[in-house]
Design a protein around this ligand. Structure first.
Ligand SMILES: [Zn+2]
Ligand SMILES: [Zn+2]
Length: 245
């Protein structure tokens, strides 16, 4: 199994170490055919990229695609948007969706919830559910519904690290994702999806990406941990979008 595109990398625009060009150069060195720059959505209080900056990133990526056209790497502008409400809202508006090549969605602590009620549910409920079995199931269901609503509202390409920060029902999420052609990520940085959860996801038609979630150019294209997880779960190669023999 070999990665041919890394669709989840961070840069200095949020809290990564390298510039967009640093990540691109690292991707070229690794022989990637595609690299997506997906910094955190504007709703993240500390790492979020401001809306205006996303327009700057668009220009920079258009320039770099031209500069590196002989290297045969496609550079994509993406965002790792934040789930901010149980109604499925995310921190990206339609104007931004228009300028993106790829849209990722994840849940992150530190993203400003849409309403106080969402704050209560996303933080308090999820926190308490760690220590209470009955709540765990209830909250898991709520989280899953929120992701499903987001996938219905927005053209989401990939759900990042499902189950890494808040619990979801993988089988239900996979079923809904397959219907709207959203893929689930096997994140080499967080190690989620786990191989146990991958086996559940495989029962549905959903596709997968194995991404690095690199926060440093040296980690671009480094997905060994993700490949190991996929192998352990016997994921057929044709179910993984960015992996080849
Ligand atoms: Zn993330
Ligand atoms: Zn990330």
């Amino acid at each position: 199994m070999k990665i041919n595109g890394d669709y989840h990398t961070h840069t200095v625009y949020s809290h990564g170490k390298g510039t967009i060009e640093d990540n691109v150069k690292a991707g070229i060195k690794k022989g990637l055919k595609a690299i997506a720059i997906c910094d955190h959505g504007p709703g993240h209080l500390t790492y979020g990229v401001k809306k205006e900056k996303l327009y700057e990133m668009r220009k920079e990526i258009d320039f770099l695609n031209d500069k590196y056209k002989d290297s045969h790497i496609k550079i994509l502008l993406g965002v790792e948007a934040n789930l901010i409400s149980y109604d499925g809202s995310i921190d990206i508006d339609d104007e931004i969706v228009e300028i993106l090549d790829i849209l990722l969605l994840g849940y992150h602590f530190g993203a400003l919830p849409k309403t106080f009620k969402d704050f209560y549910k996303l933080y308090f409920y999820n926190f308490v559910s760690k220590y209470n079995k009955i709540w765990e199931e209830k909250v898991k269901k709520m989280n899953t519904i929120a992701f499903i609503r987001a996938m219905d509202k927005y053209p989401i390409d990939i759900i990042t690290h499902p189950n890494a920060k808040i619990r979801v029902d993988i089988k239900e999420l996979s079923k809904a994702a397959a219907k709207v052609n959203t893929a689930l990520e096997i994140n080499a940085h967080h190690g989620e999806l786990s191989s146990e959860n991958l086996k559940l996801a495989l029962e549905e038609e959903v596709k997968f990406y194995i991404n690095s979630d690199a926060h440093d150019p040296i980690d671009v294209g480094e997905v060994e941990k993700g490949i190991k997880i996929a192998k352990k779960a016997n994921v057929p190669i044709d179910r993984i979008v960015n992996i080849e023999e």
